[in-house]
Write a protein that binds this ligand. Structure first.
Ligand code: TYD
Length: 249
């Protein structure tokens, strides 16, 4: 399956990962804008969601205490269902067109949250992920790492952090934001384990560093990789972009 995918996917697929408050959404957006500014045909999306059906599944998954009874496997299947729709409807078609696709969360979120966090065997998640993604993996994943406590503090509008427990302050906090600090610590460790397993794909950044500094480094790394793939990346108007566009800043 992998070989076949290699032949049909011309675009470039980037994911951003990290615990709550890691700043990955900010970095994903900044990267999107930086690439767009350079005339690169790029799309920004996120999980769970990214499609109409995915959005409905997202509501079921993230609604606060109301769905506290959701068991881990239900959660896994729902994230995976949303992902299959996302890959099928949006990600694959865009990659086939030769676009750069940036997603805020993808397969590693499931490994970290449902695997390390909820305790589902990683092998189980891997095989479900394989079905949900049709074998597609990001070419490059940026993992923004920071201690769980700092991440939680950063999401300050939602939490009261009292040392051992987190109490969601606002009604709009999602089901994961209601989790205790121990859960977020496990998720972080899960991410670091994934990075150890796949150091080539997963690029680790200290998320406590200044936003602009991180952004510059991320853009530099991405442009370096894209430069090697110039013939396959097309510009906004569908014309192949000349390689000059990809000079490093
Ligand atoms: P979201 O509101 O998108 O916030 P953020 O990505 O900024 O944290 O919340 C998504 C939540 O879903 C987040 O807590 C992580 C969780 N999640 C999983 O548990 N498994 C998954 O496979 C994905 C994609 C997300």
């Amino acid at each position: 399956m992998k070989k076949r995918l290699k032949n049909i996917v011309n675009g470039f697929f980037i994911s951003f990962e990290g615990i709550e408050g890691s700043g990955k959404s900010t970095q994903a957006k900044l990267l999107y804008e930086a690439l767009k500014k350079r005339g690169i045909h790029v799309m920004l999306t996120f999980e769970p969601g990214g499609t109409k059906i995915g959005e409905r599944i997202r509501e079921i998954l993230l609604v606060g205490p109301e769905h506290a009874g959701m068991v881990p496997l239900t959660e896994l299947f729902l994230f995976s269902a949303a992902r299959y729709q996302h890959v099928h409807e949006l990600i694959m078609p865009s990659l086939k067109k030769g676009m750069v696709v940036i997603t805020d969360r993808f397969i590693d979120s499931t490994m970290a949250y449902q695997g390390a966090g909820r305790g589902i065997a990683l092998k189980t998640i891997e095989s479900i992920n394989r079905i949900a993604t049709q074998g597609l993996k990001p070419h490059m994943t940026f993992l923004l790492d920071l201690p769980a406590e700092s991440g939680i503090e950063r999401t300050g509008q939602f939490f009261l952090w009292s040392g051992a427990e987190i109490v969601a302050r606002e009604q709009k906090a999602d089901r994961f934001e209601f989790e205790k600090i121990a859960f977020h610590r496990k998720v972080r460790q899960g991410y670091l384990y994934l990075r150890e397993r796949e150091p080539e794909r997963i690029i680790l950044f200290d998320a406590t560093r200044p936003v602009e500094e991180l952004h510059k480094e991320i853009v530099k790394i991405v442009l370096q990789r894209l430069t090697k793939r110039v013939p396959q990346i097309i510009s906004h108007n569908g014309v192949r972009t000349p390689s000059e566009t990809y000079y490093l800043t």
